[in-house]
Design a protein. Structure first.
Length: 184
């Protein structure tokens, strides 16, 4: 592990560059920085979900997810380094199946909302999709761990399902989309 920060500001980024985990300096606007920065934003959004009152199984799942997202961010900030194994994707799929089994089938599109925790989870879901797009953009320029792309894809699905669980848990209801010509 690298050096721990004892001083938060270093002034090394004042001219628009940042250091990667391997010591390389790159532009803060690079595809790699966009990718791991968006994963960091996603991790913060998951933290916002965790700040709500949640069923214990959701809390356990999302806490594990935060650790895995930190691994993913570490992987992305060090070119050629792999920290995200396929087993992380398998874990998300198992969680997805578990949370989804008791939900009613979808017959309509769902709007973000239903309860505060569900809305927070929907926000995290949309950030997961953006993180996936950023990692895919990076993969067009450099080699990226395929498991990382699959992980983000599956995580956005899991966050959607968890948002449905949370809407019910909090006594709310899913907000169904109504086509424009059928709205009052």
């Amino acid at each position: 592990m690298g050096n721990r920060l004892s001083k938060i500001y270093t002034r090394t980024g004042d001219k628009g560059t940042t250091g990667l985990g391997d010591g390389t300096r790159v532009e803060k606007t690079s595809a790699r920085v966009e990718a791991f920065g968006t994963v960091d934003e996603l991790n913060s959004a998951v933290g916002l979900v965790l700040a709500a009152k949640l069923p214990q199984e959701v809390r356990t799942c999302l806490t594990r997810t935060q650790h895995e997202l930190f691994d993913l961010g570490g992987e992305l900030c060090m070119p050629g380094y792999m920290l995200v194994p396929g087993s992380y994707v398998d874990g998300l799929e198992q969680a997805l199946d578990g949370f989804n089994k008791d939900l009613p089938p979808l017959k309509d599109f769902i709007l973000p909302g239903g309860s505060e925790a569900a809305a927070r989870c929907h926000l995290a879901r949309t950030i997961a999709r953006r993180a996936e797009r950023r990692v895919l953009s990076l993969s067009q320029l450099e080699t990226v761990n395929e498991a990382s792309i699959r992980y983000l894809n599956r995580l956005s699905d899991l966050l959607f399902v968890i948002s449905r669980v949370l809407a019910r848990h909090d006594g709310g209801a899913e907000v169904l989309w109504v086509h424009g010509d059928k709205r009052e």
